[in-house]
Design a protein around this ligand. Structure first.
Ligand SMILES: Nc1ncnc2c1ncn2[C@@H]1O[C@H](COP(=O)(O)OP(=O)(O)OP(=O)(O)O)[C@@H](O)[C@H]1O
Ligand SMILES: [Mg+2]
Length: 304
């Protein structure tokens, strides 16, 4: 976790993603196979079939239904299957109300699915918040009555480390997200960008392998959003630190293309996967790369 710092001092960060220049050989050149056995070989740059491979994270036929006040059944998610490999940055886009946040909450273990399974490293997610995952929310989700450092260390309370260690870990991460000196400030004293830095610190302090982010930049002004995007990219690119996988929900298609290895497009409710698209642009990427606009157009037309 090196937010705001060079995460690639030895040249090992972005390098890991350079093999992203796929030589597609499957049916549709950009559609990701949903089979868990079909994974990317980032080293050879080709998509290969490795029968033993277990994806880091797997959604198997996730369906979610609610019953409304009048007893009517509402199907929100309809058989969502996704297979997510180590080192992937994956974004989920789709129409408003389609079930994207619901999907993240299910993955986080905050909500149960009606049917289906979430597997992490081949094991089924238990009915509780999973320690491999942490979540960053659009509305920051800070406790207004707690200071910055208390907000960050809150999530560590269930972990069996001493109070002193908790404080030390939290103060370190607060410095890394660029909030040194604000440890004892209350959320009301912070700008939106600073609040989201606390939100990110609170997630990163847990050392999650999977970082789930629900529209993390949408409440921020464009410049702050851009800075935080770059910082998240650095954190994720650093192979030596967590998180290994980032899964982000966004309405900003260009943002999704710029940041992601894959963009999953969901339909209107009940959400199903319309397309699972590889973003075949080498990293580091140029924001004004023509391919970014091409992918953005392609995805925008697919969102109903
Ligand atoms: N607890 C609940 N009870 C009943 N319906 C719910 C509940 N939670 C979510 N829903 C419904 O599920 C649908 C999907 O909601 P969700 O918040 O996941 O959508 P979303 O894709 O994240 O939308 P947005 O892009 O606007 O954030 C909505 O129609 C919502 O009303
Ligand atoms: Mg949402």
């Amino acid at each position: 976790m090196k937010l705001g710092k060079d995460a690639n001092p030895n040249g090992s960060g972005y390098e890991g993603h350079k093999g992203n220049e796929h030589q597609p050989s499957l049916i549709d050149e950009n559609v990701v196979p949903t089979s868990p056995f079909l994974v990317n070989d980032y080293n050879s740059g080709s998509r290969v079939n490795r029968n033993q491979a277990t994806p880091l994270l797997e959604l198997r036929d996730i369906t979610k239904e609610y019953v409304d006040d009048r007893g009517k059944k509402i199907v929100v998610l309809n058989n969502i299957s996704l297979s997510i490999n180590s080192h992937e940055y994956i974004s989920v886009v789709g129409p408003s109300g389609g079930g994207k946040s619901t999907l993240l909450r299910i993955m986080m273990g905050l909500e149960k699915c009606t049917s289906g399974e979430v597997m992490i490293k081949g094991e089924q997610l238990k009915d509780k918040v999973d320690p491999h995952m942490a979540m960053v929310f659009q509305s920051f989700g800070l406790f207004p009555w707690l200071t910055v450092v208390e907000n960050v260390e809150f999530g560590l309370e269930s972990i069996h480390i001493s109070k002193e260690e908790r404080r030390k870990k939290s103060v370190n991460i607060i410095q890394e997200v660029g909030l040194e000196g604000f440890e004892n400030a209350y959320p009301r004293e912070l700008s939106g960008g600073m609040k989201q830095r606390v939100g990110i610190a609170r997630a990163l302090v847990l050392d999650p392998e999977v970082l789930l982010m629900d529209e993390p930049f949408s409440a921020l002004d464009p410049l702050t959003a851009e800075a935080l995007r770059e910082e998240i990219l650095k954190v994720w690119s650093n192979r030596l630190t967590t998180p290994d996988v980032v899964m982000m929900v966004t309405h900003n298609v260009e943002e999704a293309v710029y940041l992601s290895d894959r963009v999953v497009i969901l339909s209107q409710r009940p959400a199903r996967v319309v397309k699972d698209l590889y973003i075949d642009i080498p990293r580091p990427r140029e924001k004004r790369d023509a391919s970014i606009y091409e992918y953005t157009d392609q995805i925008t037309t697919l969102i109903a």
